[in-house]
Write a protein that binds this ligand. Sequence first.
Ligand SMILES: CC(C)(COP(=O)(O)OP(=O)(O)OC[C@H]1O[C@@H](n2cnc3c(N)ncnc32)[C@H](O)[C@@H]1OP(=O)(O)O)[C@@H](O)C(=O)NCCC(=O)NCCS
Length: 249
Amino acid sequence: MTTRDQARRAATDLSTLLAAESRAGFTWQQRMWQIAACLCADATDDEAMRAARSRFEAVYPGLRDFRLSPRSEPSAHERLATLTARLHDLLHMPPVTLRRARAADAPRIAMIWHTGWRDGHLGNVPDELIAARTPDSFRARAAERVPDTTVAEVGDVVAGFVMVVADEVEQVYLDASFRGGGVADVLLTEAERLVATNGHGVAWLAVVPGNARARRFYERSGWKDDGGFDYVATGIHVPCRRYVKPVSR
Ligand SMILES: CC(C)(COP(=O)(O)OP(=O)(O)OC[C@H]1O[C@@H](n2cnc3c(N)ncnc32)[C@H](O)[C@@H]1OP(=O)(O)O)[C@@H](O)C(=O)NCCC(=O)NCCS
């Protein structure tokens, strides 16, 4: 999913919210118009902005003379503010660029890897493995694995990375603040390209069954669950799902 797709989705979420809040009052409605105006001002040649604008226009005409209940207003405003900020961030996100990792990236990679690993694995892998995955272990592995690593930069910030060895996509990790913005799609597409360049027709990866977000992401990207197996990590058997995807140059 591209950043633009994500932006379109945020716009859809926003318009769904507006439709659900059709009992909106005047202040609320004005706020909507302000947002719509901001969107329209930027909209000249941006497809996602045009989509947002038409959705807003479809929602607004009927909004008159309604009031939000005092109880629901704060939470509605909060949700609207979150969605608007998200939409803004996505639409103004600098382009994602890819490059081979350098030794100087290792500390940032280790940090993203450590926090992302915990997000995807706590409660989903044996306690023994959690005990072995200390911050130092990520620092050491990130430094060792620089030659296998490609990083994605957003502006001049390393947002995430992927490691590819032969036909295996070993790690796909994003800093939490960049998740949901299409950066992972760029990294995974590059990983697939690298597997094909390595001379393989099918890429594979391992994911723990409980890592629902990663599984959903892989499935949305055309990867198929090819069954369960034990991945041996640091001598520890970890029940995993094997995902595969045909790749071509
Ligand atoms: C896995 C990862 C790279 C995916 O990148 P991302 O930007 O978060 O991916 P997206 O948001 O585009 O896609 C995630 C999908 O999971 C869905 N999702 C989010 N939270 C979810 C949850 N708790 N349960 C199920 N699905 C979830 C999202 O809605 C989205 O699906 P959709 O497009 O059908 O709506 C990123 O989340 C990450 O770095 N996670 C931590 C590290 C990790 O687990 N890496 C993989 C190791 S195998």
